[in-house]
Design a protein around this ligand. Structure first.
Ligand code: NAG
Ligand code: NAG
Ligand code: NAG
Ligand code: NAG
Length: 412
């Protein structure tokens, strides 16, 4: 009798456990975990560090510290978007490549007042960063830096071209940097190269727009990723910039397309150059890779070889100032697609929490770029974005930590 009761109790326990487990089941494959984790035996996603949520589709953002990032608004200088690079030679030195506006101009005058600068931090990758040097004068904008093992140098992708239309008072002026846009010089993607992160050579304009009626006549917002063998990244050699086996010159280039002069829809496409960063780049699709409106892509390949993007979303309640839906994630098993756009969970919003207990709800938050661990596991540690506060013409670059490892990297 006693044994029988125990059996019943055990059976009902198992039944309850089964129903509880199945009601919590959220995945049947790793795709259901946004490829940011694996679908476990119980049907629950086990997220990689830096990701959270049922589907591992939200960045695990921890409170940021003040001061951090690159914020020169106190002295009247605005910046927009930035990329962190660890110095391989000097311990505790980090570089930040950012767009910064001359003449004290605010975000509205990004063209033609933007130049690309290098800032430095000796207090960890989250900063705060101070100005070190100009990398490229006006008009140069939207820097995205990657180390290319095939070329054994850093490559800085950006938009712009030298222009003489800046005046002392902030004024928008029509100018062009190539086909696709005659209004503000945003169309056309160029590359600088450097062996030491300090001296940069102009390598050429590697992707041009055109003056047709195509959805992507205007090409901008470059996001490169060298496809050098993933075994390189697993050993850490990729991050350290050393040569390693598994050579390929292939370079991935994700970009935002827009109709001529960008009066309309902004969407995303992927291009590849098999022959090195110089191009020519072949688009993987003639159509955008997904229907949703987005700009500012950032692309990377994870430790399992899957591809990911962070995006500035232009959906309702997102986009330019309405918020909070500004950050989205997309993923694919191969860069050739199909790409899935994560429309269920926000990757990040306009709200930023600080460790002094304050929260800022920014007016605009765009241009996501990640800083990864250098152990070869490509763990996202820090997220940089451009932000514009409410009721301010100014803008700056913030850095927030991701997951436990990011909080640790951020320091005290
Ligand atoms: C950026 O600097 C401005 C001006 O000093 C300051 O008001 C603002 O709080 C700073 N932002 C952050 C996140 O600390
Ligand atoms: C600016 O540069 C253009 C093209 O080189 C030239 O035609 C024009 O005269 C220049 N304008 C000024 C004000 O220097
Ligand atoms: C990804 O696509 C490329 C181009 O079609 C192909 O060469 C490669 O083998 C694919 N990779 C995987 C892991 O399927
Ligand atoms: C997400 O997109 C899918 C496929 O287009 C659609 O079926 C679904 O309703 C969307 N979900 C949300 C929350 O918009």
């Amino acid at each position: 009798m006693r044994l029988f009761r125990l059996g019943l109790a055990r059976l009902s326990f198992l039944l309850i456990a089964f129903f509880v487990a199945s009601s919590y089941q959220t995945c049947t494959s790793d795709d259901d975990c946004s490829l940011n984790g694996v679908c476990g035996k119980t049907g629950v996603c086990k997220c990689d560090p830096a990701w959270t949520g049922d589907k591992c589709s939200a960045l695990d953002i921890r409170p940021a510290k003040r001061p951090s990032g690159y914020n020169l608004t106190a002295e009247g200088t605005s910046s927009w978007c930035s990329k962190i690079v660890k110095d391989p030679w000097e311990k505790n030195l980090y570089h930040l490549f950012a767009s910064e506006f001359t003449h004290g101009c605010g975000l509205d005058y990004w063209a033609p007042y933007s130049r690309i600068i290098r800032a430095e931090s000796h207090t960890g990758p989250a900063g705060p960063y101070t100005f070190a040097a100009e990398v490229m004068g006006t008009f140069a904008h939207n820097p995205n830096v990657v180390y290319s093992p095939a070329d054994r140098e850093w490559l800085l992708y950006y938009i712009g071209c030298p222009t003489n239309v800046t005046t002392d008072s902030c004024q928008s002026q029509s100018f062009t940097c190539g086909p696709g846009n005659d209004n503000n010089g945003e169309s056309g993607i160029s590359v600088l190269g450097s062996k030491d992160l300090r001296n940069w050579d102009f390598k050429g304009q590697v992707m041009q727009g055109d003056n047709t009626g195509d959805w992507d006549a205007d090409v901008t917002n470059p996001a490169p990723f060298p496809l050098y063998a993933s075994s390189c990244s697993r050993t850490g050699a990729y991050a350290n910039g050393q040569h390693c086996a598994g050579h390929t010159d292939a370079m991935l280039l994700v970009y935002r397309g827009c109709p001529y002069n960008c009066g309309g829809a902004e969407q995303i496409n992927v291009a590849i150059s098999e022959t090195g960063f110089e191009g020519p780049y072949t688009k993987i699709e003639t159509d955008p890779i997904f229907d949703e409106g987005n700009e500012d892509p950032f692309v990377w390949r994870d430790k399992r070889g899957n591809f990911h993007m962070l995006l500035h979303s232009l959906e309702a309640d997102g986009g330019f100032g309405s918020g909070p839906k500004v950050g989205r994630h997309a993923w694919a098993k191969n860069y050739t697609g199909p790409w899935t756009f994560g429309n269920e969970t926000l990757a990040f919003s306009t709200e930023v929490e600080y460790d002094d207990g304050t929260t800022i709800n920014f007016y605009r938050r765009e241009r996501p770029e990640l800083y990864f661990s250098d152990d070869g596991l490509m763990t996202p540690l820090l997220l940089t974005t451009g932000v514009q506060p409410q009721n301010s013409p100014q803008s700056y670059s913030i850095i927030v930590p991701l997951g436990d490892a990011g909080a640790k990297a951020q320091g005290k």
